[in-house]
Design a protein around this ligand. Sequence first.
Ligand code: NAP
Length: 448
Amino acid sequence: MEYQLLKKPELGKKIEFKNDKISIPDNPIIPFIEGDGIGPDIWKATKSVIDSAVKKAYSGEKSIEWFKIHAGLSALKKYGNDDILPEDTLKAIKEFKVAIKGPLTTPVGKFDYVCLECSKEQDGINGKRPEKCIKCGSKFITPRFRSLNVGLRQKLDLYACVRPVRWYQGVPTPVKAPEKLDVIIFRENTEDVYAGIEFQKDSEDAIKLIEFLKNNLKKDIRRDSGIGIKPISVTCTKRLIRKAIDYAIQKNKPSVTLVHKGNIMKFTEGAFRDWGYELAISEYREEIITEQELWDEHNGKMPQGKILIKDRIADQTFQQVLLRPEEYSVFATPNLNGDYLSDACAAQVGGLGLAPGANIGDEMALFEATHGTAPKYTGMDMVNPSSLILSGVMMLQHLGWNEAADLIELALEKTISNKTVTYDLERQMKGATKLKTSEFGEKIIENM
Ligand code: NAP
């Protein structure tokens, strides 16, 4: 593949797919995006932790050839022309299949421009782009854009957002028994109210749609409404739930729970549940039983070696993860429910700043820190790199390099339970030692 401004590493081989199976060389080329704001600090620590673990686990027989690619601020610096998600970047992820990224700036306000250095948003001056940021003076001002993260997910069709949530010894939490929650959430990433089909109140399209619904389908919507459309398809539902069940089989997990609001939204959320059961029964008959079958045919006693497929209403799920967390293992959810549930579960184990994530498609996977760019800490070597490091752990597991993944996870847990932590955890722990981002990374390596 030809690149406009990127130079591929000279060493290393491609990860490939043969007969639907991933094939991993001993020295895969893996593209990485450092990210904006605190991205470079946390990436530096993450890279040295991953490299040290791989070296230690495989005595130098395996290694990663890192390939720097760009999005956000670093893309603007390299490519100019407001090109914050260059074609090169998409090509590299498509070619090498597995990539990892730090956080990227996503403006949410009503302003026309955003500074990629400090995230300050502002309007144009006399209808033109401001020459520099009114807050930090940077010249890297770019027009408002839809989320880069959403752009990456959609352009690469990374349809499953995967978020494992478990407690690490020593992390301060708001609940009494955080160790009881150990779940992984598979959230649909491409449709639902997040598909971006929205019409502003009073816009020509909103009015057209309101009139169409009234005249043709006899549905009344208040004239002064903004409108969002919520598509949920059988195709996207089934491919997401298939990923969740495959994961449960591969990792010997006891259950997969479909989370939905089907009691109210029958043809979207309710259909998600129905299509989920349909898929489980038609494609995984030997491996699964449904909760209905468990009671009708097995008197509530789980037969050995089977995975239980159950469903829960979304609001009830939020109660259940607090009250009976040990009954849940793998969740499959539509986009919006999954967004809420991932953060609620992460908060429960005290780990919003530690929560790792991945966006996975049929062949490609992009691993990422789940927090933002925390612009006020840019370049201060201060923040917690754990979210990106644990996303690196997920990446190593995806490669099947479990020995290296385990080394990191255990060493990170040891580092936190020894109370040698970055500022965010130090302020919540009595008697802890505050470390810089780089020092925290070094401690993890020392503890491997
Ligand atoms: P944020 O960057 O996540 O930061 C909010 C606060 O969370 C920080 O001020 C800090 O709290 C804490 N925090 C975040 N990451 C931390 C870390 N690694 N270590 C320690 N503390 C950490 O959220 P935001 O300020 O709402 O968003 C800033 C920018 O990031 C926006 O442009 C947003 O769109 C973008 N964003 C990107 C992603 C992504 O790329 N995946 C995700 C979310 C947001 P204290 O100051 O209280 O210590």
